[in-house]
Design a binder for this molecule. Structure first.
Ligand SMILES: [Fe+2]
Ligand SMILES: [Fe+2]
Length: 343
């Protein structure tokens, strides 16, 4: 999935300086010409490809953003994967397996896209496993009952779609192309979640209450997924200038609220915000204050499931060591056999 605007610095970076060093101080004539070429391409809304010259800060920003995105997809498999063995029917189990598998695939395309920028997958995974790299903090909350699985599809994947559709127009070619397929699959994720909830809302009073409870717990966290308000997002302007970010955090959040309110009405649930109301003058919904202290506490490692999620990823990596070793040994054996045959 899922962005939280992807402007969150990783553990070792300074929030204020990350991504802003666009132009080196003393640039020679050759580099200045390359920079001018790059700027012209960006201004013309063109694509930058892996072997082409790009400013180091652009490369660094993309590696951080795409790897955070990849980590989010992989960690995002955990809260729902947890429900595969407890899905209420064979049909729901098959749908959920397909969705969780899609998320694994999204992680793989995105790691591949980030690798084209010169950072290895091992380096990215090392950063994740040591807690240095961030991933979307939405996955540090627990999925307590089956309705949570539906709400994650409807709201978390729904927020992801809002965030990710503009990334299909990102200036970096491999990222933009990966996002086209990702977005198509996210659309299925959102719909399957919404449909599961529609079924529950036609069920017993207890089932309806489960859905409402899950909506109450996830709503505000989904609004926070779009990242801090524009006024507190110092890197957004540079991201926009580079054609990486196309729509601001607040504008995306507003689009999400406006799209979701009518869906909640059809579903028959209340969104837990007393300040949520249509503003005729703005032709948009007003909504209440997001708890940013909670958001930052979770981003910084103190959410309810941070330790569990990271622990699960590290364990999966360690448990898979024998597979990697066997694959490597097999590849080496094949290579030496081919060399012997060629000799
Ligand atoms: Fe995804
Ligand atoms: Fe998804």
């Amino acid at each position: 999935m899922y962005t939280q605007s992807f402007s969150v610095p990783d553990g070792t970076e300074d929030a204020k300086s990350a991504g802003l060093k666009a132009v080196p101080k003393a640039m020679n004539a050759h580099d200045a010409a390359l920079q001018a070429q790059f700027d012209a391409r960006i201004d013309a809304d063109g694509r930058i490809e892996p072997r082409e010259w790009m400013p180091e800060a652009y490369r660094k920003t993309l590696v951080r953003q795409i790897s955070q995105h990849a980590h989010s997809e992989i960690v995002g498999m955990l809260p729902e994967g947890n429900w595969i063995s407890r899905a209420p029917s064979l049909k729901r189990k098959a749908i959920l397996i397909a969705k969780v598998q899609d998320e694994g695939g999204h992680g793989l395309y995105l790691y591949s896209a980030a690798e084209t920028l010169g950072t290895s997958r091992d380096q990215m995974l090392e950063a994740l496993h040591t807690g240095k790299a961030k991933y979307s903090s939405i996955f540090n909350y627990p999925t307590l009952n089956w309705a949570d699985v539906g709400v994650v599809g409807w709201l978390v994947d729904g927020a992801a779609i809002m965030n990710q559709v503009p990334l299909c127009r990102c200036s970096y070619g491999p990222y933009a192309r990966a996002m086209v397929r990702v977005c198509k699959e996210e659309s299925f994720h959102q719909r399957q979640g919404y449909e599961a909830l529609l079924v529950m809302m036609q069920g017993t009073a207890e089932q309806k209450a489960m859905v409402q409870d899950a909506v109450n717990r996830w709503w505000w966290k989904c609004l926070a997924m779009f990242g801090p308000p524009d006024a507190d997002s110092p890197n957004s302007a540079q991201g926009m200038r580079w054609g990486i970010k196309r729509i601001s955090n607040d504008d995306l959040r507003q689009k999400f609220v406006d799209a979701t309110v009518p869906q909640a009405k059809v579903l028959g649930v209340t969104l837990p915000d007393p300040d949520l109301k249509w503003n005729e003058a703005r032709q948009a919904h007003d909504y209440g204050q997001i708890d940013w202290d909670e958001f930052w506490a979770t981003v910084n490692g103190n959410g309810p499931c941070n330790k569990e999620r990271l622990g699960a990823r590290v364990k999966a990596w360690n448990d898979g060591a024998w597979v990697r070793e066997a694959a490597l040994a097999h590849a080496q054996k094949q290579q030496s056999r081919q060399m012997k045959e060629a000799a």
